[in-house]
Design a protein around this ligand. Structure first.
Ligand SMILES: [Mg+2]
Length: 397
């Protein structure tokens, strides 16, 4: 039986979340961008009005303003995007439980057999698009096909607000004329290598000798061949509640520095984000890691096994120890990252040696405090609450 697979891709997601939150941005060229004073001062997402001026993701803000002086920029608000993303996934799961999130702004759905419930594939897609628009004030493009690869390729063909059916029977006409760089999964390196062999279009891959592709690209060559012919049997695998192998955050510092107090402060902010994310998932990690990129771009990563935790305070304390024991004093730091991994479920909490040794009371007290603060933050978006109290605690560490 043929499957019915959708790929729902949100249009200009970050800036659209901002426009939904602040309708004054609507109709104006606007973009989410990092702080112009800092290195991170680049365009992260531009709305379609801004794109008309040629503004693109990763463009430096001042270049963008040259193209469009009236461009409105807003700083990124990842909590807002995560929240909206969850809401989108929630809507999709009303149609089928088989939803696989591919990134913050897109997901595959397996709707095989759902036509009887919801109508033709196009009708179902229209229904999803309207529901997302009505409930969240966001728009999407939807690719419809019999497999994941073609659904993804279809979703790219018409943006914004496009619904595109792309079945195996259509690929010669719709897929093969496209340049190889537009094939899902092909990066710059593969594109270059393919072009070196005079393979410019997706159709050229499809017409290549599969043995030739295999000998030059290994197993991946075989996959390229299959995909270019629209063959993809991979299933839509619903995401488990939490399948991230690690949670990590990093920051490029506004200037290179070895001011340890300053770096500790940055780590505190990162620990707060990582801890918040972990508490939301309900899973505790047993490995805390830091990565340091120095001014000369050399990078070191160090990790430490810890009693299972999702507490900001614990993550922060361990990160500081890693920093202090591993930092090269003679080099300035350019980027600092913090991660939590090796997750176990919340239920195995009782088995934690830490709690037996350190006494349950303290851990529970800290947990209550941090979870309360999470709720306050979720309601009021006040990031400063935790940082202030943590900084005071910091003196005792
Ligand atoms: Mg996307």
């Amino acid at each position: 039986m043929n499957r019915l697979i959708f790929l729902v891709d949100m249009n200009a997601f970050f800036i659209s979340c901002e426009m939904a939150k602040n309708p004054e941005l609507k109709g104006k060229p606007a973009a989410v961008a990092g702080d112009p004073q800092k290195r991170s001062g680049i365009i992260l997402a531009a709305n379609y009005e801004a794109r008309k001026f040629g503004i693109r993701t990763t463009m430096v803000i001042h270049e963008a303003k040259k193209l469009c002086p009236e461009l409105v920029t807003v700083p990124p608000n990842h909590e807002l995007y995560e929240k909206k993303s969850k809401a989108v996934m929630g809507i999709l799961s009303r149609y089928t439980p088989v939803v696989q999130q591919n990134s913050i702004d897109e997901a595959w759905m397996d709707l095989t057999g759902c036509e009887k419930l919801f109508g033709t594939p196009t009708e179902i897609a229209e229904n999803i698009m309207e529901t997302i628009s009505r409930e969240l004030d966001l728009w999407c493009s939807i690719g419809i096909s019999e497999n994941k690869f073609l659904a993804k390729m279809g979703s790219e063909l018409k943006k914004p607000r496009g619904i595109t059916e792309l079945y195996v029977k259509d690929i010669e006409e719709k897929l093969w004329p496209l340049p190889v760089r537009e094939m899902y999964g092909i990066g710059k390196q593969t594109e270059q290598k393919l072009m070196d062999y005079a393979i410019y279009k997706i159709g050229d891959i499809a017409k290549s000798n599969v043995e030739f592709l295999k000998s030059n690209f290994g197993k991946y060559g075989e996959e390229l061949y299959r995909l270019s012919r629209g063959i993809d049997d991979s299933p839509v695998t619903p995401n488990p509640l939490f399948d991230n192998k690690s949670i990590s955050r990093s920051t490029t510092l506004p200037y290179d520095t070895n001011d340890i107090e300053y770096i500790k402060n940055i780590l505190l902010g990162l620990a707060e984000e990582v801890g918040y994310e972990a508490r939301k998932s309900g899973y505790k990690g047993k490995t805390v890691s830091i990565s340091i990129k120095y001014e000369d771009f050399t990078t070191v990563s160090r990790q430490k096994t810890v009693p299972p935790t999702y507490l900001t305070k614990e993550i922060y304390t361990n990160a500081i120890r890693l920093l202090e024991t591993n930092k090269n004093k003679n080099k300035l730091i350019r980027l600092i990252g913090l991660g939590l991994s090796s997750f176990e479920t919340d239920e195995s909490e009782q088995l934690s040696i830490f709690e037996l040794v350190e006494g349950e009371k303290n851990a529970h007290k800290e947990e209550t405090i941090e979870k309360t603060i999470d709720r306050i933050r979720e309601r009021f978006g006040n990031k400063k609450i935790l940082r202030g109290s943590m900084l005071k605690n910091d003196k005792n560490i």
